[in-house]
Design a protein around this ligand. Structure first.
Ligand SMILES: [Zn+2]
Length: 303
C-alpha cells in the first residue's frame, strides 16, 4: 500500500471516529435532557398581600433554600442557549420569573437580586407602564419608564414581554368581538390573527427596546394561554421561549432542540408556598416520566 493510500485510510478512520463521537454526543444530549423548573412570581411586597405576591423577606428565604438544596438560579437566556445547542446548564437549574411589571419589582425586587446576585426575568405588560393607578395604600401599582429603564440596565434583570395589551379581554377593532387575552377569535383568519399579534408585538418591542432591552426573545403568555398558531407567529417574530402557568408536569430542555423551549410550565410561588411544596415542584416528574410510571404501575412493577 502506498504512503498516500495509508494516509487516506488513516484520515478516513479519523473522520469516521469523529462522526461517531459527534453522533454519540448528540445522542447523549437527547437522552439526557435537563429538567428546568420555572417559578412564577408577581408582586414583591413588604407585607403579605395575597395569592399574587410574596414579601421580599420570604423571597430571600426561598432563594436561600433553593441554593442550600443545590439548585442554581439561571437566566432564561442560559436556557435558550442550551436549547439552541450553545453553552451548558448546571445539573440543577431553576429560573425565577416575575409577571406583569409591578412598581415594587423596582423598589423591592431589584435591590434584592442585586444584593444576592441572582438572575431573574420580569415580563412587562407594556400598556401599564406609566399608568397612574394606585393601590389602597396610595402607592403606584405599575412601573414607570424610569423604573423600567433601571430594571433593564441591571445585569441581574432581563426584561421580556407579557404582551402590550393582550393581558385583558379586548374588543377586536374589525369584528367588534371580544378576544380572550392572546388567543385567536373563533373562526378568525390566520392573516387577521397574525396582524393583531404583530401589531401588539411591535408596540411592546418599541417600548422595551426604548428602555434598553436588546431583543424580545421570551414571552410569558398572559394568563398562561397560547395555542400552536400563537407559537408559530411569535416564533416568526423572534420569540424563542414561551411560558405557561401549567405546573402539572416538569419541564425538559434538550440541548440543540429549540422546540423544547416552548410552553414551559411554571409554579406560582407566593407568600403561602411552603418549603415542602416548593421542593416537591422542583422534583416533579415530567409528563414522560409520569406516563412511564403509570405503565409500570399498570404492569404491576411499581406500587
Ligand atoms: Zn400576568
Amino acid at each position: 500500500m502506498s504512503m498516500r493510500a495509508k494516509l487516506a485510510g488513516a484520515l478516513g478512520m479519523l473522520a469516521v471516529s469523529l462522526l461517531l463521537l459527534a453522533g454519540i454526543s448528540a445522542l447523549t444530549d437527547l437522552l439526557n435532557p435537563v429538567r428546568v423548573p420555572v417559578l412564577m412570581l408577581h408582586s414583591v411586597t413588604r407585607e403579605p398581600e395575597g395569592e399574587w405576591s410574596i414579601t421580599a423577606e420570604k423571597l430571600r428565604e426561598d432563594i436561600t433554600l433553593l441554593q442550600a438544596q443545590g439548585y442554581e438560579i439561571v437566566s432564561l437566556q442560559q436556557v435558550i442557549d442550551y436549547g439552541e445547542g450553545k453553552g451548558n446548564l448546571p445539573e440543577r437549574p431553576v429560573c425565577l420569573t416575575f409577571d406583569d411589571g409591578y412598581h415594587d419589582n423596582y423598589t423591592e425586587l431589584l435591590p434584592l437580586v442585586e444584593e444576592l446576585q441572582v438572575p431573574v426575568t420580569v415580563f412587562v405588560i407594556g400598556c401599564t407602564v406609566d399608568s397612574d393607578k394606585v393601590n389602597d395604600a396610595g402607592q403606584r401599582v405599575w412601573l414607570s419608564t424610569e423604573e423600567l429603564n433601571a430594571l433593564a440596565a441591571s445585569p441581574w434583570v432581563t426584561v421580556q414581554t407579557h404582551t402590550w395589551n393582550l393581558h385583558r379581554e379586548t374588543t377586536d377593532a374589525d369584528s367588534g368581538r371580544t378576544r380572550t387575552y392572546i388567543l385567536p377569535l373563533e373562526g378568525e383568519t390566520e392573516a387577521h390573527y397574525r396582524a393583531v399579534l404583530t401589531e401588539d408585538f411591535q408596540q411592546e418591542q418599541a417600548l422595551l427596546t426604548g428602555s434598553g432591552v436588546s431583543e424580545l426573545c421570551a414571552m410569558a403568555y398572559p394568563h398562561g394561554d397560547g395555542c400552536s398558531l400563537t407559537e408559530e407567529i411569535l416564533g416568526e417574530l423572534g420569540i424563542r421561549l414561551t411560558l405557561t402557568t401549567d405546573y402539572s408536569a416538569g419541564n425538559l430542555v434538550y440541548r440543540g432542540r429549540a422546540d423544547s423551549l416552548y410552553n414551559l410550565g411554571r409554579m406560582n410561588l407566593n407568600n403561602d408556598t411552603t418549603a415542602e411544596q416548593l421542593l416537591a415542584y422542583l422534583q416533579r416528574p415530567t409528563q414522560r416520566e409520569a406516563i412511564w410510571h403509570l405503565c409500570l404501575r399498570r404492569l404491576g412493577l411499581l406500587s
